[in-house]
Design a protein around this ligand. Structure first.
Ligand SMILES: Cc1ncc(COP(=O)(O)O)c(C=O)c1O
Length: 379
Protein backbone atom coordinates (compact mmCIF):
# COMPACT_ATOMS: atom_id res chain seq x y z
CA UNK A 1 0.00 0.00 0.00
CA UNK A 2 1.42 3.37 -1.06
CA UNK A 3 1.48 5.75 1.91
CA UNK A 4 -0.49 8.96 1.43
CA UNK A 5 1.43 12.24 1.05
CA UNK A 6 0.53 15.24 3.18
CA UNK A 7 -0.23 18.60 1.60
CA UNK A 8 2.66 21.07 1.51
CA UNK A 9 3.09 23.55 4.33
CA UNK A 10 2.16 26.39 1.95
CA UNK A 11 -1.13 24.62 1.07
CA UNK A 12 -1.82 23.80 4.70
CA UNK A 13 -1.35 27.40 5.76
CA UNK A 14 -4.30 28.30 3.53
CA UNK A 15 -6.65 25.95 5.38
CA UNK A 16 -9.35 27.65 7.45
CA UNK A 17 -9.75 24.87 10.04
CA UNK A 18 -8.90 25.22 13.74
CA UNK A 19 -5.45 23.62 13.49
CA UNK A 20 -4.33 26.20 10.95
CA UNK A 21 -6.10 29.23 12.40
CA UNK A 22 -5.46 28.92 16.11
CA UNK A 23 -1.84 30.15 16.04
CA UNK A 24 0.13 32.99 14.42
CA UNK A 25 1.85 32.28 11.09
CA UNK A 26 5.29 31.83 12.69
CA UNK A 27 4.05 28.86 14.78
CA UNK A 28 4.14 25.29 13.46
CA UNK A 29 0.87 23.71 14.68
CA UNK A 30 0.75 20.07 15.82
CA UNK A 31 -2.12 20.03 18.30
CA UNK A 32 -5.86 19.78 17.22
CA UNK A 33 -6.75 16.28 15.95
CA UNK A 34 -6.97 17.00 12.24
CA UNK A 35 -4.74 15.37 9.63
CA UNK A 36 -2.71 17.23 7.01
CA UNK A 37 -3.59 14.80 4.20
CA UNK A 38 -5.94 15.52 1.28
CA UNK A 39 -9.35 13.89 1.79
CA UNK A 40 -10.41 10.85 -0.24
CA UNK A 41 -11.55 11.39 -3.84
CA UNK A 42 -14.88 9.67 -3.29
CA UNK A 43 -15.70 12.01 -0.40
CA UNK A 44 -14.61 15.01 -2.49
CA UNK A 45 -16.94 13.91 -5.29
CA UNK A 46 -19.96 13.52 -3.00
CA UNK A 47 -19.38 16.95 -1.52
CA UNK A 48 -18.83 18.57 -4.95
CA UNK A 49 -22.06 16.98 -6.20
CA UNK A 50 -24.07 18.33 -3.26
CA UNK A 51 -22.69 21.83 -3.82
CA UNK A 52 -23.20 21.67 -7.61
CA UNK A 53 -26.87 20.80 -7.10
CA UNK A 54 -27.24 23.47 -4.38
CA UNK A 55 -28.33 20.47 -2.34
CA UNK A 56 -27.53 21.74 1.14
CA UNK A 57 -30.87 21.45 2.88
CA UNK A 58 -32.02 19.53 5.93
CA UNK A 59 -31.17 15.92 6.50
CA UNK A 60 -33.89 13.41 5.65
CA UNK A 61 -33.63 9.71 6.52
CA UNK A 62 -30.33 8.33 5.20
CA UNK A 63 -30.63 4.53 5.19
CA UNK A 64 -27.45 4.43 3.09
CA UNK A 65 -25.37 5.45 6.13
CA UNK A 66 -26.28 2.68 8.59
CA UNK A 67 -25.95 0.21 5.70
CA UNK A 68 -22.51 1.58 4.81
CA UNK A 69 -21.30 1.46 8.42
CA UNK A 70 -22.65 -2.06 8.92
CA UNK A 71 -20.80 -3.25 5.81
CA UNK A 72 -17.59 -1.51 6.98
CA UNK A 73 -17.89 -2.99 10.50
CA UNK A 74 -18.34 -6.48 9.04
CA UNK A 75 -15.46 -6.08 6.58
CA UNK A 76 -12.92 -4.59 8.99
CA UNK A 77 -13.90 -5.97 12.40
CA UNK A 78 -16.22 -8.89 11.71
CA UNK A 79 -18.92 -7.11 13.73
CA UNK A 80 -22.57 -7.53 12.78
CA UNK A 81 -24.41 -4.22 13.17
CA UNK A 82 -28.18 -4.02 12.69
CA UNK A 83 -28.55 -0.89 10.55
CA UNK A 84 -32.10 -0.10 11.68
CA UNK A 85 -30.86 0.62 15.22
CA UNK A 86 -28.18 3.13 14.31
CA UNK A 87 -29.13 6.79 14.90
CA UNK A 88 -27.51 9.95 13.62
CA UNK A 89 -26.64 13.07 15.59
CA UNK A 90 -24.56 16.20 15.27
CA UNK A 91 -21.16 14.74 16.15
CA UNK A 92 -19.68 12.44 18.75
CA UNK A 93 -19.43 15.22 21.33
CA UNK A 94 -23.05 16.33 21.03
CA UNK A 95 -24.34 12.75 20.95
CA UNK A 96 -22.49 11.86 24.17
CA UNK A 97 -23.60 15.06 25.89
CA UNK A 98 -27.22 14.33 24.94
CA UNK A 99 -26.98 10.70 26.08
CA UNK A 100 -25.67 11.84 29.46
CA UNK A 101 -28.37 14.52 29.68
CA UNK A 102 -31.14 12.04 28.87
CA UNK A 103 -29.99 9.05 30.93
CA UNK A 104 -28.27 10.87 33.79
CA UNK A 105 -29.24 13.37 36.40
CA UNK A 106 -27.17 16.19 37.92
CA UNK A 107 -24.59 14.85 40.34
CA UNK A 108 -24.33 11.39 38.74
CA UNK A 109 -20.73 10.31 38.45
CA UNK A 110 -19.02 9.41 35.17
CA UNK A 111 -15.78 7.42 35.30
CA UNK A 112 -13.02 8.39 32.88
CA UNK A 113 -9.55 6.88 32.65
CA UNK A 114 -7.03 9.69 32.46
CA UNK A 115 -4.93 10.74 30.65
CA UNK A 116 -7.83 11.06 28.24
CA UNK A 117 -9.27 13.35 25.56
CA UNK A 118 -9.88 16.60 27.48
CA UNK A 119 -13.38 17.22 26.11
CA UNK A 120 -14.71 14.21 28.06
CA UNK A 121 -14.50 16.28 31.24
CA UNK A 122 -16.18 19.32 29.62
CA UNK A 123 -19.04 17.21 28.25
CA UNK A 124 -19.71 15.67 31.66
CA UNK A 125 -19.67 19.05 33.40
CA UNK A 126 -21.83 20.66 30.71
CA UNK A 127 -24.78 18.55 31.84
CA UNK A 128 -23.98 18.93 35.56
CA UNK A 129 -22.69 15.41 36.04
CA UNK A 130 -19.46 14.73 37.90
CA UNK A 131 -16.10 13.55 36.62
CA UNK A 132 -14.68 10.53 38.45
CA UNK A 133 -11.03 10.15 37.34
CA UNK A 134 -9.60 6.66 37.61
CA UNK A 135 -6.15 7.08 36.02
CA UNK A 136 -4.60 4.38 33.89
CA UNK A 137 -1.66 2.60 35.46
CA UNK A 138 1.70 3.27 33.82
CA UNK A 139 4.58 0.82 34.03
CA UNK A 140 7.72 1.45 31.98
CA UNK A 141 5.78 3.41 29.40
CA UNK A 142 2.99 0.81 29.14
CA UNK A 143 -0.47 1.91 30.22
CA UNK A 144 -3.41 -0.22 31.34
CA UNK A 145 -6.81 0.08 33.01
CA UNK A 146 -6.83 0.10 36.82
CA UNK A 147 -9.61 -2.42 37.39
CA UNK A 148 -9.40 -2.16 41.16
CA UNK A 149 -10.03 1.60 41.03
CA UNK A 150 -12.75 1.18 38.41
CA UNK A 151 -14.59 -1.43 40.45
CA UNK A 152 -14.35 0.80 43.51
CA UNK A 153 -15.91 3.69 41.54
CA UNK A 154 -18.71 1.41 40.32
CA UNK A 155 -19.29 0.04 43.82
CA UNK A 156 -19.44 3.62 45.12
CA UNK A 157 -22.34 4.34 42.76
CA UNK A 158 -20.87 5.73 39.51
CA UNK A 159 -23.54 5.64 36.81
CA UNK A 160 -21.50 5.80 33.60
CA UNK A 161 -18.11 4.77 32.24
CA UNK A 162 -17.01 6.94 29.34
CA UNK A 163 -14.36 5.10 27.39
CA UNK A 164 -12.10 6.24 24.57
CA UNK A 165 -11.59 2.99 22.68
CA UNK A 166 -9.06 3.08 21.09
CA UNK A 167 -7.64 5.45 23.64
CA UNK A 168 -6.79 9.07 22.85
CA UNK A 169 -4.00 10.16 23.54
CA UNK A 170 -2.19 6.80 23.90
CA UNK A 171 -3.36 4.99 20.77
CA UNK A 172 -4.05 2.06 23.08
CA UNK A 173 -6.21 -0.82 21.86
CA UNK A 174 -8.11 -2.60 24.62
CA UNK A 175 -7.95 -6.39 24.39
CA UNK A 176 -10.83 -8.83 24.60
CA UNK A 177 -10.04 -9.79 28.16
CA UNK A 178 -10.15 -6.18 29.41
CA UNK A 179 -13.33 -5.32 27.54
CA UNK A 180 -15.05 -8.49 28.74
CA UNK A 181 -14.05 -7.78 32.33
CA UNK A 182 -15.28 -4.20 32.07
CA UNK A 183 -18.63 -5.36 30.72
CA UNK A 184 -19.04 -7.85 33.59
CA UNK A 185 -18.25 -5.20 36.18
CA UNK A 186 -20.64 -2.72 34.59
CA UNK A 187 -23.39 -5.31 34.51
CA UNK A 188 -22.81 -6.27 38.14
CA UNK A 189 -23.04 -2.65 39.33
CA UNK A 190 -25.64 -1.29 36.88
CA UNK A 191 -23.25 1.05 35.05
CA UNK A 192 -23.81 2.20 31.45
CA UNK A 193 -20.69 2.08 29.28
CA UNK A 194 -20.44 4.70 26.56
CA UNK A 195 -17.76 3.53 24.16
CA UNK A 196 -16.40 6.36 22.00
CA UNK A 197 -14.88 4.47 19.06
CA UNK A 198 -14.16 7.45 16.82
CA UNK A 199 -10.48 6.52 16.30
CA UNK A 200 -11.14 2.84 15.56
CA UNK A 201 -10.86 2.80 11.74
CA UNK A 202 -7.28 4.13 12.04
CA UNK A 203 -5.97 0.98 13.73
CA UNK A 204 -2.55 -0.09 12.41
CA UNK A 205 -1.79 -3.44 10.90
CA UNK A 206 0.04 -4.24 14.20
CA UNK A 207 -3.19 -3.92 16.25
CA UNK A 208 -6.61 -5.52 16.33
CA UNK A 209 -9.48 -3.26 17.25
CA UNK A 210 -12.38 -4.97 19.04
CA UNK A 211 -15.74 -3.13 19.05
CA UNK A 212 -17.03 -3.10 22.64
CA UNK A 213 -20.45 -4.45 21.68
CA UNK A 214 -18.79 -7.39 19.97
CA UNK A 215 -17.15 -8.85 23.08
CA UNK A 216 -20.00 -10.42 25.03
CA UNK A 217 -23.69 -10.48 25.87
CA UNK A 218 -22.96 -8.41 28.96
CA UNK A 219 -21.30 -5.74 26.81
CA UNK A 220 -24.37 -5.69 24.56
CA UNK A 221 -26.53 -5.24 27.64
CA UNK A 222 -24.62 -2.30 29.14
CA UNK A 223 -23.02 -0.62 26.14
CA UNK A 224 -23.71 2.27 23.80
CA UNK A 225 -21.26 2.85 20.96
CA UNK A 226 -20.81 6.38 19.68
CA UNK A 227 -18.72 7.06 16.61
CA UNK A 228 -18.27 8.93 13.35
CA UNK A 229 -16.09 8.97 10.25
CA UNK A 230 -14.93 12.45 11.23
CA UNK A 231 -11.60 11.50 12.80
CA UNK A 232 -10.44 8.76 10.46
CA UNK A 233 -11.42 10.45 7.21
CA UNK A 234 -10.71 13.98 8.43
CA UNK A 235 -14.27 15.31 8.19
CA UNK A 236 -14.73 16.94 11.61
CA UNK A 237 -16.14 20.14 10.09
CA UNK A 238 -18.98 18.28 8.38
CA UNK A 239 -20.78 17.54 11.66
CA UNK A 240 -22.24 14.09 11.77
CA UNK A 241 -21.92 11.20 14.20
CA UNK A 242 -24.08 8.34 15.38
CA UNK A 243 -24.90 6.01 18.25
CA UNK A 244 -25.80 2.36 18.38
CA UNK A 245 -26.84 -0.02 21.12
CA UNK A 246 -27.99 -3.63 21.10
CA UNK A 247 -29.75 -3.40 24.46
CA UNK A 248 -33.56 -3.30 24.24
CA UNK A 249 -33.70 -1.34 27.47
CA UNK A 250 -31.20 1.28 26.34
CA UNK A 251 -32.95 1.54 22.96
CA UNK A 252 -36.18 2.38 24.75
CA UNK A 253 -34.47 4.87 27.05
CA UNK A 254 -32.72 6.54 24.10
CA UNK A 255 -35.76 6.63 21.81
CA UNK A 256 -36.51 10.34 22.44
CA UNK A 257 -32.94 11.21 21.53
CA UNK A 258 -33.03 9.17 18.33
CA UNK A 259 -36.06 11.17 17.22
CA UNK A 260 -34.76 14.55 18.30
CA UNK A 261 -31.12 14.66 17.29
CA UNK A 262 -31.22 13.43 13.69
CA UNK A 263 -32.02 16.87 12.21
CA UNK A 264 -29.10 18.38 14.07
CA UNK A 265 -26.63 16.53 11.84
CA UNK A 266 -25.70 17.85 8.40
CA UNK A 267 -26.40 16.57 4.92
CA UNK A 268 -22.73 17.00 3.93
CA UNK A 269 -21.68 15.03 7.03
CA UNK A 270 -24.10 12.18 6.45
CA UNK A 271 -23.29 11.70 2.76
CA UNK A 272 -19.58 12.33 3.33
CA UNK A 273 -19.71 9.45 5.84
CA UNK A 274 -21.50 7.20 3.36
CA UNK A 275 -18.60 7.75 0.93
CA UNK A 276 -16.09 7.20 3.75
CA UNK A 277 -17.50 3.85 4.85
CA UNK A 278 -18.41 2.61 1.36
CA UNK A 279 -15.70 3.82 -0.99
CA UNK A 280 -12.61 4.95 0.90
CA UNK A 281 -10.90 1.80 2.24
CA UNK A 282 -7.93 2.28 -0.02
CA UNK A 283 -7.49 5.87 1.11
CA UNK A 284 -7.79 4.75 4.75
CA UNK A 285 -5.13 2.08 4.25
CA UNK A 286 -2.80 4.61 2.65
CA UNK A 287 -3.24 6.87 5.71
CA UNK A 288 -2.54 3.97 8.08
CA UNK A 289 0.60 3.14 6.08
CA UNK A 290 1.78 6.76 6.46
CA UNK A 291 1.01 6.80 10.20
CA UNK A 292 3.01 3.62 10.72
CA UNK A 293 5.97 5.25 8.95
CA UNK A 294 5.58 8.45 10.96
CA UNK A 295 5.44 6.54 14.23
CA UNK A 296 8.81 4.92 13.40
CA UNK A 297 10.21 8.28 12.34
CA UNK A 298 9.29 9.74 15.73
CA UNK A 299 11.05 6.85 17.50
CA UNK A 300 14.17 7.71 15.48
CA UNK A 301 13.86 11.44 16.07
CA UNK A 302 13.69 11.05 19.86
CA UNK A 303 16.35 8.39 20.16
CA UNK A 304 19.32 9.63 22.18
CA UNK A 305 17.16 12.31 23.89
CA UNK A 306 15.61 12.11 27.37
CA UNK A 307 12.13 11.98 25.75
CA UNK A 308 10.01 8.85 25.94
CA UNK A 309 7.23 8.36 23.42
CA UNK A 310 4.10 6.23 23.57
CA UNK A 311 3.73 3.17 21.39
CA UNK A 312 0.38 3.75 19.64
CA UNK A 313 -1.35 1.00 17.68
CA UNK A 314 -3.88 3.42 16.34
CA UNK A 315 -4.37 6.96 15.04
CA UNK A 316 -1.99 9.90 14.79
CA UNK A 317 -1.27 10.97 18.34
CA UNK A 318 2.01 10.71 20.17
CA UNK A 319 2.05 11.05 23.97
CA UNK A 320 5.50 12.30 24.91
CA UNK A 321 7.04 12.11 28.36
CA UNK A 322 9.22 15.14 29.17
CA UNK A 323 9.56 14.31 32.87
CA UNK A 324 13.29 13.68 32.62
CA UNK A 325 13.89 17.10 31.05
CA UNK A 326 13.93 20.43 32.85
CA UNK A 327 10.93 21.81 30.93
CA UNK A 328 8.66 21.48 33.99
CA UNK A 329 5.06 20.34 34.42
CA UNK A 330 3.86 22.06 31.26
CA UNK A 331 6.47 21.55 28.54
CA UNK A 332 3.95 22.55 25.84
CA UNK A 333 3.97 26.15 27.12
CA UNK A 334 7.77 26.32 26.93
CA UNK A 335 7.85 24.70 23.49
CA UNK A 336 5.35 27.22 22.14
CA UNK A 337 7.10 30.20 23.64
CA UNK A 338 10.67 29.28 22.83
CA UNK A 339 10.49 27.06 19.74
CA UNK A 340 7.24 28.36 18.17
CA UNK A 341 5.83 24.86 17.93
CA UNK A 342 2.30 24.18 19.16
CA UNK A 343 1.50 20.85 20.81
CA UNK A 344 -1.19 19.97 23.36
CA UNK A 345 -0.38 20.41 27.02
CA UNK A 346 -0.61 17.12 28.90
CA UNK A 347 -2.22 18.99 31.79
CA UNK A 348 -5.51 19.18 29.86
CA UNK A 349 -5.71 15.37 29.84
CA UNK A 350 -6.04 15.01 33.62
CA UNK A 351 -3.70 14.53 36.55
CA UNK A 352 -1.34 11.99 34.89
CA UNK A 353 -0.66 14.49 32.08
CA UNK A 354 1.82 16.50 34.14
CA UNK A 355 5.13 16.68 32.28
CA UNK A 356 3.66 15.24 29.05
CA UNK A 357 2.62 16.69 25.71
CA UNK A 358 0.46 15.30 22.92
CA UNK A 359 1.75 15.73 19.40
CA UNK A 360 -0.26 15.12 16.22
CA UNK A 361 1.76 13.19 13.65
CA UNK A 362 -0.90 13.04 10.91
CA UNK A 363 1.39 15.10 8.74
CA UNK A 364 4.52 15.02 6.56
CA UNK A 365 8.00 13.80 7.48
CA UNK A 366 9.29 17.34 6.80
CA UNK A 367 6.94 18.90 9.34
CA UNK A 368 7.78 16.24 11.93
CA UNK A 369 11.51 16.68 11.37
CA UNK A 370 11.23 20.41 11.72
CA UNK A 371 9.05 20.10 14.87
CA UNK A 372 11.44 17.69 16.58
CA UNK A 373 14.51 19.66 15.63
CA UNK A 374 12.87 22.73 17.26
CA UNK A 375 11.93 20.73 20.37
CA UNK A 376 15.43 19.22 20.63
CA UNK A 377 17.05 22.66 20.80
CA UNK A 378 15.30 23.07 24.18
CA UNK A 379 16.61 19.88 25.75
C1 LIG B 1 -11.92 10.34 21.58
C2 LIG B 1 -12.55 11.46 20.81
N1 LIG B 1 -13.89 11.60 20.82
C3 LIG B 1 -14.50 12.58 20.15
C4 LIG B 1 -13.78 13.53 19.44
C5 LIG B 1 -14.52 14.63 18.76
O1 LIG B 1 -15.45 14.12 17.88
P1 LIG B 1 -16.55 15.02 17.23
O2 LIG B 1 -15.85 16.09 16.45
O3 LIG B 1 -17.34 14.08 16.37
O4 LIG B 1 -17.35 15.57 18.37
C6 LIG B 1 -12.39 13.43 19.40
C7 LIG B 1 -11.60 14.43 18.68
O5 LIG B 1 -10.42 14.47 18.68
C8 LIG B 1 -11.77 12.37 20.09
O6 LIG B 1 -10.43 12.22 20.08
Amino acid sequence: MKPIEADSLAQLRQRKSAKWRAFPADVLPLPVAEMDFPISDSIKKVLHDLVERSDLGYLAAVPELPEAFAAFAKRRWNWIVEPEHLHLGTDVGVVIVEILRLLGKPGDRVVITTPVYPAFAYWIKEVHLEVDERPLIEENGNWRLDFEAIEKAFADGAKFFLMSSPHNPLGLIFGKEDLTKLAELAKAYGVVIISDEIHAPLTYTSGKFIPFLNVSDSAREVGITVTSASKSWNLAGLKCGFFYTQSEKLREDLAPLAMGIHHRASITGAFGMVAAFNDSDEWLDSVIARLEINKKLIDELVSGTPLKVSNPHNSYLSWIDFRSTDLGDDPAAVILERAKIAVNSGLAFGEPGKGFVRLNFGTSAEILQSAFSGIKTLL
